[in-house]
Write a protein that binds this ligand. Structure first.
Ligand code: NAP
Length: 238
């Protein structure tokens, strides 16, 4: 297992349910943590609670490629190399195709798919040069299996899955690892504005999902955990 102490770790979406829980555990292991989020109030709260220095905290919309590059430049000016990038940012619009608007569709694709592309564009090249690094993404179970009402979301997450697996093929001569975490339903603020009948009390807790990310950050140094699947007992889709 790789130890997290002194590792440079960036958590994108540290203001979210899974991102915050991951931040807490990774910081507890004495990693040098950088965080991002869009909600300034929540970002300040997470930074304060886990004692993240102010110059390692960034308000960031991952849809904005210029902003992503600026954050990458600031981080790379401060440290020799980023060891781990955790992408825990994403949105869910879950509606039947008949009520899904073009705006809904574009929004989901922009954040989940294009946002992930923007992160790769800015953070992968230094890892490729160093021939070392770890990128953890959360395509979720809906990145490899369909669900009624998930046309836009699954399109974005299948896209993330395909994109990351293709990039992985380009990294074979390096020790840059791409790890995909396929989670089923996680009880987090993700579901707060989703109008769908779900059993949140039967979901995986955000804390357990954060523990999975934390575990994946410490995967064996001689190999790669290319994927992990965790699903609620009552909804095992794959
Ligand atoms: N919850 C689930 O059931 C579930 C299952 C499988 C996979 N996932 C995936 O896991 C990831 C984390 O989900 P979660 O459950 O922790 O959701 P969450 O609690 O809603 O958190 C989402 C995070 O994404 C950030 N975010 C949203 N849009 C962004 C943008 N344009 N630019 C930058 N950051 C943005 C949010 O920032 P602000 O709050 O600051 O705006 C927040 O930090 C997502 O990719 C999600 O698709 C979730």
């Amino acid at each position: 297992m790789e130890l997290l102490a002194k590792k440079n770790v960036l958590i994108i979406g540290a203001t979210g349910g899974i991102g915050e829980e991951s931040t807490k555990l990774i910081k507890n292991n004495q990693a040098n943590v950088f965080i991002t989020g869009r909600d300034q109030k929540k970002l300040d709260q997470v930074a304060k609670e886990y004692e993240i220095p102010a110059d390692q905290v960034f308000k960031l919309d991952i849809v904005n490629a210029k902003q992503v590059q600026e954050v990458a430049d600031k981080i790379h000016a401060k440290i020799e190399k980023l060891d781990i990038l955790v992408n825990a940012a994403g949105i869910g619009i879950l509606k039947p195709i008949g009520s899904l608007t073009a705006e809904d569709f574009s929004k989901v694709i922009d954040v989940n798919l294009k946002g992930t592309f923007n992160l790769l564009t800015s953070f992968l090249p230094p890892m490729k040069s160093a021939k070392k690094g770890l990128i953890i993404n959360i395509p979720g179970v809906l990145g490899k299996t369909p669900m009624a009402g998930a046309a836009a979301y699954a399109a974005s997450k299948y896209g993330v899955n395909g994109m990351l697996k293709s990039v992985r093929e380009e990294l074979r001569r390096t020790e840059v690892r791409i790890t995909n975490l396929y989670l089923g339903g996680v009880d987090s603020p993700f579901w707060d504005n989703i109008d769908m009948k779900v059993n949140r009390d039967k979901f995986i807790t955000a804390r357990e999902a954060g523990r999975a990310v934390w575990f994946l950050c410490q995967q064996p140094s001689s190999g790669v955990v290319s994927e992990m699947v965790i699903q609620p007992f009552n909804h095992q889709a794959i």
